[in-house]
Design a binder for this molecule. Structure first.
Ligand code: C5P
Length: 284
């Protein structure tokens, strides 16, 4: 295929889990879950160019840019599935914190699949891309939804929903991050409350939301300072404060009370965002 000079620049949004219910451990080591995922306006940007050689660079120098990076896994899968090969140069402008439960790596992989497909002249449908992306990671297919989706299975079964009423959402992450497998390993499934996820989905659709995350307990056990971190956010007066995914970032819905001492929260990262959604046939 003939190389083009076109640069494709795409946003790669973070996600939060408005509720996250873990239903059980599976024989393959994954967990069966039911969760309401939402994309938010905290985004990385990926720039893609056809090139002479493959190259990935990141503005975050601590991020591995070798084959373990999910962007390379996405590019590899695109090449295998389509049989189309062209070298690419990728620049990743990283803003989403790592080890935060905000889905940054998964979002980058989904965005890379979308960008490769555009550079190649759209040989695949977004349904193809969503299906292929489950091979990269459990959270990747969600990013091909409308941006609001009820996700089940290990996270890869996606039911896109209409956008929810928009909300101001603030993200706070402490210095220490958390590893997703470590949090799942710590989880005691038998201790979880047997809540019916469909009832909670209905509450969100009916605009009577109830926020909860079954991974908070194991995350707090692994990183004991997190409980205190959550309390200090709650004291600021937000309506809801919840761990996002496997953490260690929290999202806060609503606004802090006026003149509240944000400096009392020992956050390494703070960001004010809102919900965002994707329209069909376009990226975020
Ligand atoms: O699918 P992904 O590679 O992103 O998952 C990372 C890790 O998170 C898995 O190896 C597993 O330990 C844990 N996980 C899980 N159940 C899920 C999703 C992830 O146990 N539904």
């Amino acid at each position: 295929m003939s190389p083009s000079d076109e640069t494709i620049s795409l946003l790669s949004p973070a996600k939060v889990n408005l509720f996250l219910r873990i239903l059980g451990r599976r024989p393959d080591g994954y967990h069966e879950l039911a969760s309401l995922f939402q994309t938010i306006a905290l985004c990385d940007t990926l720039h893609f160019n056809m090139s002479d050689v493959d190259l990935l660079t990141s503005t975050n120098l601590t991020l591995p840019t070798g084959p373990s990076n999910l962007i390379w896994k996405a590019i590899k899968i695109f090449r295998e599935k389509t049989g189309i090969f062209f070298p690419v140069k990728v620049l990743l402008e990283k803003r989403i914190p790592l080890e935060a439960g905000l889905g940054g790596g998964s979002s980058n992989a989904a965005t890379a699949l979308w960008a490769m497909n555009r550079l190649a002249g759209m040989p695949a449908t977004s349904t193809d891309l969503m299906k292929w992306s489950a091979e990269i990671g459990s959270d990747v297919p969600f990013f091909f939804s409308s941006g609001t989706a009820y996700c089940t299975g290990r996270g890869e079964k996606i039911a896109s929903l209409n956008p929810l009423p928009n909300q101001k959402i603030s993200i706070f992450k402490p210095l220490q991050g958390l590893s997703t497998p470590a949090v799942y390993q710590r989880l005691k499934v038998e201790n979880l409350e047997r809540r019916d996820p469909e009832a909670f989905l209905k509450r969100f659709v009916d605009n009577d939301p109830y926020y909860f995350n079954d991974l908070e307990v194991p995350a707090f056990e692994l990183l004991t300072s997190l409980q205190q971190f959550k309390r200090s956010l709650e004291r600021l007066g937000f309506d809801h404060v919840l761990l996002s995914g496997s953490g260690s970032a929290f999202f806060c819905i609503g606004e802090p009370v006026k003149n509240s001492p944000l400096s009392l929260v020992d956050a390494q990262f703070e960001y004010s965002a809102e919900f965002i959604n994707r329209v069909d046939n376009d990226w975020y």
